[in-house]
Write a protein that binds this ligand. Structure first.
Ligand code: ADP
Ligand code: 5GP
Length: 212
């Protein structure tokens, strides 16, 4: 039987472990598609256009929003971010799940979109704020003032934890990875993800009819 893909939305305060977990999920299942967002922020060293993000100008971004090419969009840390719609639709219709690494504003928009019955939203919490700070520092990616900015945004992000289908506390990385895989495996079996079930049930009913 064929299946429809899920829109798997992962959000967390920066530093909770979302990228690490996303990398592990993609290694687990290479059919998972990653939604490459468009952003107006500058690329960081090592980031590739079209792979990590589509780096676009503010007018380009605004054009895409005006043409309804974005599934969701938001302003985060003073820059615009958005998820292009077309690749997501093609993937889920082809039975592939799409992973989104987006903030709570985007998660809320996707959960309220016309694709809502195919959305699986998961929020990753850190075990403590001290540990969140430690992880941001240990990642060695950001200057102290950027880390402070991320910590301040965390408060806002964490306050939306209860808008998600599942909330995981990423204390032990292996345990969280295992929980994510369990959730995704189960959610793939949702009725809405199995378009052939209706036909199968009707076929079973007509077989009953033929017996009488
Ligand atoms: P995010 O994508 O949410 O900003 P990252 O995946 O970059 O976060 O993780 C931030 C840092 O914390 C990285 O150095 C990562 O290796 C580390 N990390 C992630 N999860 C855990 C965990 N469960 N225990 C300890 N360190 C972790
Ligand atoms: P960063 O600039 O560190 O890559 O991302 C900053 C924040 O923007 C993260 O919380 C990330 O989840 C969020 N983000 C990235 N892409 C998108 C997107 O397309 N839409 C929304 N709403 N948020 C995004």
């Amino acid at each position: 039987m064929s299946r429809r893909g899920l829109l798997i939305v992962l959000s967390s305060p920066s530093g909770a472990g979302k990228s690490t977990l996303t990398t592990r999920l993609r290694a687990w299942d290479d059919t998972l598609r990653f939604s490459v967002s468009a952003t107006t922020r500058e690329p960081r060293p090592g980031e590739e256009d079209g792979k990590d993000y589509y780096f676009v100008s503010v007018p380009e971004f605004q054009d895409q929003v005006a043409s309804h090419d974005m599934l969701e969009h938001a302003r985060v840390f003073g820059n615009y971010y958005g998820s292009p719609k077309a690749p997501v639709q093609a993937a889920i219709e082809g039975g592939r799940d799409v992973l989104f690494d987006i903030d709570w504003q985007g998660a809320q928009q996707i959960s309220n979109s016309d694709l809502q019955e195919h959305v699986l939203s998961i929020f990753i919490l850190p075990p403590s704020i001290t540990e969140l700070h430690r992880r941001l520092v240990s990642r060695g990616q950001d200057a102290p003032e950027v880390i402070e900015q991320r910590m301040q945004k965390s408060w806002d992000e964490i306050s939306h934890w209860d808008g998600y289908d599942y909330v995981l506390v990423n204390d032990d990385l292996d345990a969280t990875e295992a929980q994510l895989k369990t959730i995704i495996s189960a959610e793939r079996l949702r009725r809405a993800q199995q378009p052939d079930l209706v036909g199968h049930a009707r076929k079973l009913q007509s077989e009953f009819g033929e017996r009488t």
